[in-house]
Design a protein around this ligand. Structure first.
Ligand SMILES: Cc1cc2nc3c(=O)[nH]c(=O)nc-3n(C[C@H](O)[C@H](O)[C@H](O)COP(=O)(O)OP(=O)(O)OC[C@H]3O[C@@H](n4cnc5c(N)ncnc54)[C@H](O)[C@@H]3O)c2cc1C
Length: 556
């Protein structure tokens, strides 16, 4: 089968070469798998991270703020340093429940391989206009946020000039800023829910920074236009998310950007006969990431939609490790699982099944709340008995939560189902959006953006910028700096020739003053680099006299 030397049987076959697949393949190798095959349909490894040129990745795993391509490159380099067979342009067509994997590849043609264990890491896809049924005409100019990101960041195309964004999850917020930096006018971000689905830090650094209005409890009720989008009709919605008649506003625009949710990519999983959780739309999985089909594991966005790639990598390392162990032994210890269910205030919970024999000291359980709660307790119940309780100051559906259950909690359940619930009297149907304000004593109240926690800071300019409300030193520094001299790291792309892609992602190597952002962006307008360029190479020196440089964030 071609000069590619594809074997018939591998210890572990990994489907998908995004951050989940990369980490799973590495962990499989590190845990004794001899032959590992990693398959991805794209031109290069790295998955969705290749188009996520903004920073905000890696705070947990690398303790630094990386861009998507930088985060991916760290894992790709590690994979390349092993004997893992990593094939790009390899589209997996089918995985069967005996772990046979069928794929097509440019050189290999139609290929069939067998995995002693298989890891599914296909990521997710976006909900489209059809999925949410926006009425109206069908002109061009309606994009999902991810496809707009691909056009802009990978291909250097402009998608529109006057833009309305529907959906205030992180992807919508990040794209609103990206479009603004590239010269488009984002007329508003509209959200059907009474709260934003994005991290507060993203509301601050993507919308507040650029004066982009956020309208909660609003939706697009009609798209108008002949060839291209010309107008959208916006309505307020009631508590059932239905447009309220008489609240129509018409906005002239040429583009609609939809950021209305992600769906785990599970056609292969369904065909393989995996049990699917209707709540997550991903496979039901055990504490070791094994699905209902023995020897088939799942991780990353295919298993549950994650906010942070760091948790994707951690979960994938677990899947890779247990896939390698399964490949060696052909079995997973501990046959009788307990079921983990979602109760009041919880939208979903994973893993859905836990086998006590596989838990060393503790097991991490992930969930999302169904509303915004303050000062609540997350309880793990078995019937009426509360087995464990965890305090939380803030829960929001847009933020994935984690609790660590000690082994004795699982043992106490003694084979009975456990339920994860939110116990709170402070459910807040209202908004989680809090922009900067000044209190009666002149202290500025603002949200810290150094990490996803989003602490609420108070800074007192009359007391040498004294900061309160911070939970770490970096938060204190941020608070002082933000009031005196606000700065930001800026990311964008430049034109590159002689490389595998037409655009090269770049970032400022240190934060630059906020007022220089648009001048800095102009420096990139007519720049053209010649490949090859290494990640970290300086592309523009001393941006507008700030001392900061634009550096490449991907080797091309
Ligand atoms: C716009 C956006 C912004 C984000 N911002 C942040 C952020 O600031 N910080 C952060 O930590 N996280 C962020 N995330 C989340 C993070 O990027 C994802 O959680 C992570 O990339 C998921 O990794 P994955 O490997 O599961 O999926 P993906 O990255 O989607 O990778 C899946 C891979 O599987 C391949 N594949 C699928 N089907 C097949 C098939 N049949 N055959 C072969 N290959 C296949 C795909 O080509 C793809 O390469 C963001 C995500 C998006 C979309």
């Amino acid at each position: 089968m071609s000069g590619l030397n594809i074997k018939d049987i591998y210890d572990v076959v990994v489907v998908g070469g995004g951050p989940a697949g990369l980490a799973a393949a590495l962990a499989a190798k590190e845990n004794g798998a001899k032959d590992v095959l990693l398959l991805d349909r794209n031109l290069s490894l790295g998955g969705i991270l290749n188009q996520c040129i903004h920073n905000g990745f890696g705070l947990h795993i690398f303790k630094e703020e990386l861009t998507g391509p930088e985060y991916a490159e760290r894992f790709i380099k590690q994979v390349k340093a092993t004997d893992i067979t990593a094939l790009t342009r390899a589209m997996v067509l089918d995985v069967s429940n005996d772990r046979t994997v069928r794929f097509i590849h440019k050189d290999a043609g139609y290929a069939t391989v067998s995995g002693k264990a298989v890891v599914l890491a296909m990521g997710c896809r976006e909900r489209t206009r059809g999925a949410i049924g926006i009425p109206g005409a069908r002109p061009s100019g309606v994009f999902t946020a991810g496809s707009a990101q691909l056009y802009m960041n990978m291909e250097g195309r402009t998608i529109g000039k006057r833009i309305v964004v529907l959906g205030s999850g992180d992807i919508g917020l990040i794209m609103a800023r990206r479009l603004t930096l590239e010269g488009a006018k984002v007329l508003g971000v509209f959200e059907v829910l009474p709260y934003s689905g994005g991290l507060t830090r993203n509301i601050v650094q993507c919308l507040e920074d650029y004066g982009i209005p956020l309208h909660l409890s609003h939706t697009i009720s009609e798209i108008r236009g002949d060839k291209r989008v010309e107008q959208v009709v916006i309505n307020k919605v009631d508590e059932n998310r239905n447009p309220i008649p008489g609240t129509e506003t018409v906005i002239d625009c040429d583009t609609v950007l939809l950021s209305v949710g992600l769906i785990p990519e599970n056609e292969l999983s369904r065909n393989a006969g995996l049990d699917i959780d209707p709540k997550t739309s991903g496979p039901i999985f055990y504490e070791n990431m094994e699905t209902s089909v023995p020897g088939v594991f799942a991780c990353g966005n295919v298993a549950q939609v994650h906010d942070l790639v760091d948790f994707v990598s951690a979960e994938a390392m677990k899947a890779g490790k247990f896939a390698a162990l399964y490949a060696k032994s052909g079995e997973t210890k501990g046959p009788s699982p307990i079921n983990v269910r979602w109760g009041e205030g919880v939208g979903y919970v994973v893993p859905q099944k836990i086998r006590a024999a596989n838990v060393d000291e503790k097991i991490e359980v992930f969930f999302r709340s169904t509303a915004i709660y303050k000062e609540s307790k997350v309880e793990v119940r078995c019937g009426d008995e509360v087995l464990a309780s965890f305090k939380r100051e803030h829960l929001a559906p847009g933020e994935m939560e984690k609790i660590a259950l000690k082994k004795d909690v699982i043992e106490k359940a003694n084979g009975r189902d456990i339920t994860v619930c939110v116990n709170s009297t402070t459910k807040q149907p209202g908004s989680n959006v809090k922009f900067r304000t000044t209190d009666a004593e002149g202290r500025v109240e603002l949200v810290c953006i150094v990490c996803p926690t989003g602490c609420r800071l108070k800074v007192d300019p009359s007391k040498d910028f004294e900061v309160t409300g911070n939970t770490c030193k970096r938060g204190e520094e941020y608070g002082k700096h933000e009031i005196a001299h606000p700065t930001r790291v800026i990311t964008s792309t430049v034109c590159i020739s002689g490389a595998e892609l037409p655009r090269m992602p770049v970032k400022t190597d240190t934060p630059i003053p906020k007022e220089k952002i648009f001048d800095a962006m102009k420096l990139l307008d007519r720049l053209e680099k010649k490949g090859p360029v290494n990640s970290g190479e300086v592309v523009v020196k001393d941006i507008c006299g700030t001392g900061a440089n634009f550096v490449s964030t991907r080797s091309l």
